[in-house]
Design a binder for this molecule. Structure first.
Ligand SMILES: *[C@@H]1O[C@H](CO)[C@@H](O)[C@H](O)[C@H]1NC(C)=O
Ligand SMILES: *[C@@H]1O[C@H](CO)[C@@H](O)[C@H](O)[C@H]1NC(C)=O
Ligand SMILES: *[C@@H]1O[C@H](CO)[C@@H](O)[C@H](O)[C@H]1NC(C)=O
Ligand SMILES: *[C@@H]1O[C@H](CO)[C@@H](O)[C@H](O)[C@H]1NC(C)=O
Ligand SMILES: *[C@@H]1O[C@H](CO)[C@@H](O)[C@H](O)[C@H]1NC(C)=O
Ligand SMILES: *[C@@H]1O[C@H](CO)[C@@H](O)[C@H](O)[C@H]1NC(C)=O
Ligand SMILES: *[C@@H]1O[C@H](CO)[C@@H](O)[C@H](O)[C@H]1NC(C)=O
Ligand SMILES: *[C@@H]1O[C@H](CO)[C@@H](O)[C@H](O)[C@H]1NC(C)=O
Ligand SMILES: *[C@@H]1O[C@H](CO)[C@@H](O)[C@H](O)[C@H]1NC(C)=O
Ligand SMILES: *[C@@H]1O[C@H](CO)[C@@H](O)[C@H](O)[C@H]1NC(C)=O
Ligand SMILES: *[C@@H]1O[C@H](CO)[C@@H](O)[C@H](O)[C@H]1NC(C)=O
Length: 471
C-alpha cells in the first residue's frame, strides 16, 4: 500500500512518504494525496512527507507532513498554502501533523482562511511576505474578524496548534503601502490585520518576527489557553519605512477579545500604537518579560464601545516590563457613556468593569507618564461632562515597583468617570525621576478616583485626555 502511494506520488511529481507504523496514517496520506493531485501545479506544490529536513525529529505518533514549496518567481503562494492546510491541517486522533514553510520567501497576494485545525505543528523557517500592489483587492476581500467591523488578511485557528518560527520565521506585512494610503486616517474600513488567531484552544505561537504589519499585527479572539512567546514586532525601523512615527496608526501589537488565559512572554514591540491590548471580555491575561518601544504602552481597552453591552476585563497581570520612550508604561481607556456613531471609529455607551489588574516591576525609560486612565474615548469630540458619563467601572488596580524616568512631572493621570468612579487603586514603590533634570515627579492627577492606597491625589487632570482624535 505504501509503496503504491510513493510510486503514484513520484509519477505525479509529489514527494510523498509516511513513516508511521499505523495503517490509519496511510489512509490519512492517501486521502490528502487525492486532494493534492486534483490541484497540483508545476509552479507551486505541497509535499506531504515525513522527511522535510527541517525541525525536530518526528515523534512516534507522527502523522503526515506538508512541505510548502513557493510559487515560482515570487508569484502568489496563497493557493499552495491553502492546499497544505487542507491536506495536513487536521491530524487523526493521537497523531500530530506538520506544515513546513522552508527557508525562503513566500509571497501572499490573497486572503487565507485556515481554521478548524487540529494537532498540527506549523514550522516557519522563512518569510511570509504580503503583496500590497493591489490595495483595492484587500479592501474588498479582507476577512471578517468579528469585532468592531475589523477585517484581516489571515484567519487561523483550531485546537492544539504550535506555530514556531525558531527566531527567524517572519511575517512581513510590507505595511508601508498602507501607511501611505491611509495617511493618518483611523481604522480605515477593509484595511486588513496581519494575523487573526480565532477559535483557538491549547496552542502556542513562538519565535516569530512581525515586520510592518498592514494594520493591527495580531488579534486573538474567541480563544483560550494560548501562549505567545519570543515574539518580535517592528513596524518602524526594519527597512526604509517612509511613514513617520506620528503617522503610524492602528499598528497595534496584539489585541485580545473574547479571550481567556492568554500568556505573552518575552515580546519586543516597536510600533506606533498600543503594544499589547486586552479588549472586550479578556480574562486571565499574563504579559511578562517584555519590552515596548515608542508606542503607547500596554493598553487595556478601549472598552465600553458597544451601546448597552456588558463587557469585562479581569485578572490581567503585567510584570517585568521595560518601556522605552512610550507614551505610558500602561494605560486603561474606555469610551464615554454617550453613543456617537458606530464602530470602529464610533460608539460608546457600554458598561461593565475592569478589575484585578496588576502592573509590577516596570522599568520606564523616558516615558511620558507611568500610568494613565481615560474614560473619555470617542472620535468626534466631547462636550463638557462627557468624560463623566461612562458606566464602565475600573477597580482593584495594583501598581508596584515602578522605577526609571518620565519626561515631565506627572506620574499618573486618572480621568475616571463620575458615573462609575474608579476605586481601590493601589501604588507602592513608585521611584521615578525626571529624565531631564533628575527631580522627582510629584503629580498624581485624579478625577473621580475613590479609595487610593499608598498615594494621595495631588490635583485634577490638567485637561480632559481624549485618547483619540479623528483625522
Ligand atoms: C536561512 O537562509 C539564510 C540565508 O539565506 C541563512 O543565513 C540562515 O541561516 C538560514 N536559516 C535556517 C534556519 O536554515
Ligand atoms: C458595523 O458597521 C455598520 C455600519 O456599516 C453598523 O451598522 C454596525 O453596527 C457595525 N457593527 C459592529 C459589530 O460594530
Ligand atoms: C495541548 O497541545 C499540546 C501540543 O502543543 C499537546 O501535546 C497536548 O496534548 C494538548 N493538550 C490537550 C489537553 O489537548
Ligand atoms: C492556561 O493556558 C496554558 C497554556 O498557555 C495551560 O498550560 C494552562 O493549563 C491553562 N490554565 C488553565 C487554568 O486552564
Ligand atoms: C489570574 O490569571 C493568572 C494567569 O495570568 C492565573 O494564573 C491565575 O490563576 C488567575 N487568577 C484567578 C483568580 O483566576
Ligand atoms: C525580565 O525580562 C527580561 C526581558 O525583557 C529578561 O531578560 C529577564 O530575565 C526578566 N527578568 C526576570 C527576573 O524574569
Ligand atoms: C462578555 O462577557 C459577559 C460576561 O460574562 C457576557 O455577558 C457577554 O455576553 C460577553 N460578550 C460577548 C460578546 O461574548
Ligand atoms: C523591581 O523591578 C525591577 C525591574 O524593573 C527588578 O529588577 C527588581 O528586582 C524589582 N524589585 C523588587 C523588590 O521586586
Ligand atoms: C523635568 O524636566 C523638564 C525639562 O527640563 C521640565 O520641562 C519639567 O518641568 C521637569 N519637571 C519637573 C517636575 O522637574
Ligand atoms: C527641574 O525642572 C524644574 C521645572 O522646570 C525646575 O523647577 C527645577 O529647578 C529643575 N531642577 C534642577 C535641579 O534643575
Ligand atoms: C466615591 O466616593 C464618594 C465620596 O466619598 C461616595 O459618595 C461614593 O459613594 C463613592 N463611590 C464609589 C463607587 O465608591
Amino acid at each position: 500500500m505504501l509503496l503504491v502511494l510513493i510510486l503514484l506520488a513520484s509519477i505525479l511529481g509529489v514527494r510523498a512518504s509516511a513513516k508511521s507504523s499505523s495503517s490509519s496514517s496511510h489512509a490519512g496520506l492517501s486521502s490528502s494525496h487525492t486532494k493534492l493531485t486534483s490541484t497540483h501545479t508545476k509552479s507551486a506544490s505541497v509535499h506531504p512527507s515525513s522527511t522535510s529536513g527541517y525541525g525536530p525529529p518526528t515523534s512516534a505518533q507522527s502523522g503526515i507532513t506538508c512541505t510548502v514549496t513557493p510559487a515560482a518567481n515570487g508569484a502568489d503562494s496563497a493557493a499552495v498554502i491553502r492546499k497544505a492546510f487542507k491536506s495536513c491541517g487536521r491530524a487523526k486522533a493521537g497523531q500530530r501533523n506538520r506544515i513546513v514553510f522552508e527557508n525562503t520567501t513566500y509571497t501572499i497576494g490573497s486572503v487565507l482562511e485556515t481554521t478548524n485545525l487540529q494537532n498540527v505543528d506549523i514550522e516557519l523557517y522563512g518569510t511570509l511576505s504580503w503583496d500590497n500592489s493591489n490595495l483595492d483587492y484587500w479592501l474588498k476581500n479582507s476577512l471578517v474578524v468579528g469585532y468592531q467591523n475589523q477585517s484581516t488578511a489571515w484567519r487561523l485557528g483550531g485546537d492544539s496548534i504550535t506555530f514556531n518560527g525558531y527566531g527567524t520565521g517572519t511575517f512581513d506585512g510590507n505595511g508601508d503601502a498602507w501607511y501611505r494610503f491611509i495617511n493618518g486616517r483611523s481604522n480605515y474600513p477593509g484595511r486588513p490585520h496581519q494575523l487573526t488567531i480565532t477559535d483557538t484552544t491549547n496552542s502556542t505561537f513562538q519565535g516569530l518576527n512581525f515586520l510592518q504589519s498592514q494594520m493591527w499585527t495580531m488579534t486573538v479572539i474567541h480563544s483560550s489557553d494560548v501562549l505567545l512567546q519570543d515574539i518580535y514586532f517592528d513596524s518602524l525601523t526594519s527597512r526604509g519605512c517612509v511613514a513617520e512615527f506620528s503617522d503610524l496608526k492602528n499598528t497595534d501589537g496584539c489585541d485580545t477579545i473574547y479571550a481567556n488565559n492568554i500568556t505573552f512572554r518575552r515580546w519586543v514591540v516597536d510600533n506606533g500604537d498600543d503594544g499589547i491590548s486586552p479588549k472586550a471580555n479578556s480574562t486571565n491575561i499574563l504579559i511578562e518579560d517584555s519590552e515596548f518601544y515608542r508606542g503607547s504602552g500596554i493598553a487595556l481597552g478601549s472598552i465600553g464601545q458597544m451601546h448597552d453591552q456588558f463587557e469585562t476585563i479581569e485578572n490581567v497581570t503585567c510584570r517585568n516590563i521595560t518601556a522605552h520612550n512610550t507614551k505610558n508604561g500602561a494605560y486603561i481607556k474606555t469610551w464615554t457613556g454617550v453613543t456617537k456613531g458606530y464602530p470602529p471609529n464610533g460608539g460608546g455607551g457600554g458598561f461593565g468593569y475592569a478589575q484585578n489588574l496588576v502592573f509590577e516591576n516596570f522599568k520606564l525609560i523616558n516615558v511620558q507618564k507611568a500610568f494613565t486612565i481615560t474614560q473619555c474615548t470617542n472620535f468626534e469630540g466631547n462636550k463638557a461632562g462627557d468624560c463623566d458619563t461612562s458606566k464602565f467601572n475600573i477597580r482593584d488596580v495594583y501598581l508596584r515597583n515602578f522605577t526609571g524616568t518620565v519626561r515631565g512631572g506627572i506620574v499618573t493621570t486618572m480621568q475616571c468617570s463620575a458615573a462609575a468612579p474608579c476605586r481601590d487603586i493601589h501604588m507602592s514603590n513608585i521611584v521615578l525621576e525626571n529624565s531631564s533634570n533628575h527631580t522627582t515627579p510629584g503629580q498624581y492627577q485624579c478625577a473621580s478616583v475613590n479609595d487610593t492606597v499608598g498615594f494621595l491625589c495631588t490635583g485634577p487632570p490638567d485637561g480632559e485626555d481624549n485618547a483619540f482624535k479623528r483625522r
